[in-house]
Design a protein around this ligand. Structure first.
Ligand code: BMP
Length: 215
């Protein structure tokens, strides 16, 4: 993924035509489009392939299984032409390595979840987030997912992952600020509802774009 616009659109809509329309309208403002269970389950992986012709696609399946199952899931999304996949670290090194191996084979990217952006992540994830970031470094992942709702955590996790990409959800609808997130050291913000849920998604994206381009 090219670090240019520094925005990843989370496309959690359920209608394939709406998804294609939004992807087409907004692709010029994003480095990638993240799609996950909501859209993939309401359509199919062919839609992932169609969107990948409009913009690079990160498949957010938060893969979290035994190594063999992780391998099968990652092969499916890379065969469908995803450019990246998101996996959980808490399942351990062998499971994460299985994702990494498939990503390498397809010249794709692996992003590893550390601490999630919602309040519940403080319960189990936050205490282990730094270890999970270290594991992401160890398996030579391409990036980590860190919370835009807690910019100070992005700073801490940056110390651990060095130059590895940090992608950060939680901007907008979850209360995170795009500028604070990027200033804390995230490479990309991930934004969904505050763009696609707006009455004018293109205007909302342009406003976001203007906001972060002062950096
Ligand atoms: P929204 O801007 O509408 O809150 O969307 C954020 C997106 O990022 C959703 O797709 C959500 O599943 C995802 N996400 C998140 O919000 N927090 C995380 O820690 C990890 C995520 O993948």
């Amino acid at each position: 993924m090219k670090r240019d616009k520094r925005v990843i659109l989370a496309l959690d809509v359920l209608d394939a035509d709406v998804a294609i329309d939004l992807a087409s309208k907004l692709s010029g403002y994003v480095d990638a489009i993240k799609i996950g269970y909501p859209l993939i389950l309401s359509s199919n992986l062919d839609l992932l392939s169609r969107i990948s012709k409009i913009a690079p696609v990160i498949a957010d399946l938060k893969v979290a299984d035994i190594p063999n199952t992780n391998r099968l899931i990652c092969e499916s999304v890379f065969e469908a032409e995803a450019t990246g996949v998101i996996a959980h670290a808490f399942v351990g090194e062998d499971s994460l390595k299985a994702c990494r191996d498939v990503a390498y084979r397809f010249s794709g990217e692996l992003f590893v979840v550390t601490e999630m952006s919602h309040p519940g992540a403080l319960q189990f994830m936050a205490p282990l987030a730094e270890e999970m970031a270290r594991l992401a470094v160890k398996v030579k992942a391409d990036g980590i997912v860190a919370p835009a709702t807690r910019p100070e955590r992005i700073k801490t996790l940056r110390q651990i992952v060095g130059g590895m990409a940090i992608i950060s959800p939680g901007v907008g609808a979850q209360g995170g600020s795009a500028l604070d997130t990027l200033n804390a050291g995230a490479d990309y913000i991930i934004v969904g509802r505050s763009i696609y849920g707006s009455s004018d998604p293109l205007a909302a994206m342009k406003r976001l774009y203007d906001e972060i381009n002062v950096i």
